[in-house]
Design a protein around this ligand. Sequence first.
Ligand SMILES: Cc1cc2nc3c(=O)[nH]c(=O)nc-3n(C[C@H](O)[C@H](O)[C@H](O)COP(=O)(O)OP(=O)(O)OC[C@H]3O[C@@H](n4cnc5c(N)ncnc54)[C@H](O)[C@@H]3O)c2cc1C
Length: 398
Amino acid sequence: MKIAVIGGGASGLMAAIAAKGNGNEVVIYEREKRVGRKLLATGNGRCNMTNIFASEENYYGTEPKFIRGAIEQFWVSETLEFFSGCGVLWKEEKDGKVFPYCDSASAVLDVLRRRAERVGVVVLCNFDVKSIEKKGRTFVVRSYNGQADEFDRVIVATGGKAAPSLGSNGSGYELLKAFGHKITKLKPSLVQIKTETETVKKLKGIKLNATLTIGDRSETGEILFTEYGLSGPPVFSLSANIEGCSTAVMDIMPEYAYVDVLKMIEDRRKADGDIALEDFFTGMINKRVGQAILKDSGAAPLSRCASELTGHELKRIAALIKGWSFQITGTMSWNNAQVTKGGAVTSQFDSTTMQSKLVKGLYACGEVLDIDGDCGGYNLQWAWSSGYIAGINAAMPV
Ligand SMILES: Cc1cc2nc3c(=O)[nH]c(=O)nc-3n(C[C@H](O)[C@H](O)[C@H](O)COP(=O)(O)OP(=O)(O)OC[C@H]3O[C@@H](n4cnc5c(N)ncnc54)[C@H](O)[C@@H]3O)c2cc1C
């Protein structure tokens, strides 16, 4: 049987390796010069390949329970077993994040390429798939430059629209639409948030461990102030949540309750009443962040003595430390996004095989489907799992 895999990213490489059993002929078509370019960029070049704690709660989409089929068949332990079998020594870091022990994303890509080559997968790069047509029981895969080939099964593993410079330009949606598949609204996710810049610009480069709340969701972790707004894992995780929300609220001392913070700054005023406000927070929180909070609370000028702070001002300052608001103006673009929120409607696919319910022999996996995960290894886990299941099932004799 001949199987085409459209896209040589995380899910496509896994699908092709899994499909290669039973003497099948498997071809990966990749529009870029090389397969797996995005994989090299993952985890800041370290590849956060999965998360030990990955569960249904970490995934979003119109129908997140679609991932149950993957959880039951090929999930974190099977993935780690697969990569160990390919020679990847891995390590677990904070919050269950898994990385290759050598801290190099290229190691993950290299073992996938080596395994694909060893089992005999054919990889055709610079092949931008323009269309897939079904003629009887045969699929015709055609490129923009007129090349064409025939297949018994096709797996669409093109990724979504995020980070188009790494290959995934949204073309997979068009390929699926041609077969009648519906695509949900698409939004960049795991992306930086743009805010009004007056405060953030001045704090550019400062990182804080804080809790960020947007709408009804909160995330704690390292938040980075940037030229245009906020970045960092909690920001990424909440970025798809901003629709209808005008503010991001930051608690910069999440370990302490409001009353404890108030007591702390009251004690500081008592102990160091003679110091200027610009040094009031030295030793407690980041000095520049402290100064920005004092300004936002209306306590400026910072040349004032700490002893001059009124009880009312101290309450306003403590309230800002526990809930500092930033006006949201949008998100950065697809170029900066790590994943796509939305995709091919999952109710049109079988969650246990990844086969289209509309077209026999057509499969899809990875980010092109309407499933996205939190920041922390969850999106690659979905790519590995859905890719493996699509590959194994596409390889089954009729
Ligand atoms: C900067 C960055 C860092 C990230 N870090 C992490 C991380 O550490 N952990 C994590 O879990 N997730 C991370 N992600 C998300 C994760 O990389 C993706 O969710 C995952 O790669 C999706 O896999 P995929 O196979 O569906 O798509 P992709 O990996 O995007 O692969 C799709 C492939 O298909 C090719 N293609 C597209 N259209 C066509 C066509 N018409 N013809 C031929 N080829 C085509 C593309 O060139 C591409 O190679 C990160 C993403 C980015 C952008």
